[in-house]
Design a protein around this ligand. Sequence first.
Ligand code: CMP
Length: 155
Amino acid sequence: MMDRSVVIVKPDGLQRGVVGEIIHRLERKGLRLCGVKMIALSDALLDEWYAHHKDKPFFPGLKSYMKSYPVVAMLWEGVDGVATIRKIIGVTKGRDAEPGTVRGDFAMSQQYNLIHASENAEIAKREIELMFAEDEIFEWDKLDLKHIYTDEELR
Ligand code: CMP
C-alpha cells in the first residue's frame, strides 16, 4: 500500500550540505516527492512534534538544536514508503547506523543525526497535518511508476 512519510533535513543536515544528497537518494529509489519547503520550526510545533520525548533529559537540547537553523521538510510517498524510508535513513545514533544508510554514511552523533523520518503510518498522518497545508501537497502522475512497481504492487 502507498503511504507517505514526512522527512526533515535537520539543521545539521543543512549545515553539512547533504540536502541534495538526501533528495537524490530518495528520488533515485523510486519514491515520489509530494511536497518540499524550507521552514524555521517554532516552539509550538516542536512541542507537538516531539510530545513523546517531552520528559526525556535531551528534550530541551533537542528543541534548541531543531530551532538553531532552518530545516527542509519534505513529503515522500511509496509502497510501504514509511518503512522503506526508515531503512534508508538508518538507526538514530549515527555511529551505530549501517554504512549505506544516510546516517551510516554521513553522521556520527546521536543528536546531530541529519534527518527525521516518520516512525509509522499513524505518526506520519499526524506529522503531515502538522507540517503541510493542503496546498503544499502535490498530486502528480509519476510516469515511471509502472516500471518501479508491478501492477499488483500498485493496486
Ligand atoms: P529522531 O529519532 O529523528 O527524533 C528524536 C531525536 O532526538 C533524534 O532523532 C535525535 O536527534 C534526538 N535524540 C535522540 N536520543 C537522543 C539522546 N540520547 N541525546 C540527544 N539527542 C537525542
